[in-house]
Each structure stands twice: as C-alpha cells, then as structure tokens.
Design a binder for this molecule. Structure first.
Ligand code: SF4
Length: 113
C-alpha cells in the first residue's frame, strides 16, 4: 500500500514540472485538457491498477485468515491495526491471541449509546 502512495507522489512530482513547462508552450485551452488527461493517465489510473493488483495479491489474507473476521483488521490496507503489521497466510502478528470478532463493534456501539 505504501508503494502505491510513494509512486503516486513520485509521478505527481514529475508531472507538475512537466505541465508547468508545457504551460508556456501550448495554448491555454489545450493545456487544460492535457493536464486533465495526464493527471488521470499518469497518476490516478496507474494507482487504481496497482491497488487492484494489491487486493488480488492479498485476496487470500483478506478473505481466508483469522484476521479477516477480526475487528482490528483493516482490509483496505491489509494490516492489523493493533500490531501495525501486515498479516500473511503463514504469520498472524498476534498468533490468534488478540482476535476479536467484527460483530463486537456493533455491540460496543449499543453499550455506549
Ligand atoms: S489482532 Fe490478531 S487476529 Fe486480529 S487482525 Fe491483528 S493479528 Fe489478526
């Protein structure tokens, strides 16, 4: 996940000066379209593809581990929020000792309300 953000920042850092240079070389009305398409094509679309690949690579961990039913698991980043570590198929950061069912979140809301 960090790699997606890192490369997004790198692409943005490269694209901004390039667009800045092209601003003086192209007509204003074309420059806007160039900017819009290049932001989508160089920053947003590759990040979306990388994120889809990330989810596909971690599909087993997201859906078929003890963490997938734990309230401390963040599926979007595939990380245990309690230990701040990425679970794998072979290694759960807590080794199952701190597992808490997702349903507890709703019960806790009822207790606090
Ligand atoms: S507390 Fe344990 S079971 Fe829950 S997400 Fe973290 S490592 Fe997985």
């Amino acid at each position: 996940m960090g790699g997606i953000i890192f490369w997004g920042i790198i692409r943005t850092a490269i694209l901004i000066p390039v667009l800045w240079i092209l601003y003086g070389m192209t007509e204003y009305r074309y420059w806007w379209w160039l900017g819009i398409f290049s932001v989508y094509g160089i920053i947003i679309h590759p990040a979306m593809i990388q994120y889809r690949m990330f989810l596909k690579e971690n599909d087993e961990v997201i859906n078929n581990t003890l963490c997938s039913s734990c309230k401390n698991f963040d599926k979007t980043a595939v990380i245990c929020l309690k230990y701040d570590k990425h679970p794998t198929l072979d290694n759960l950061p807590c080794e199952g000792m701190d597992w808490e069912p997702v349903e507890l979140k709703n019960e806790e809301k009822e207790i606090h309300s």
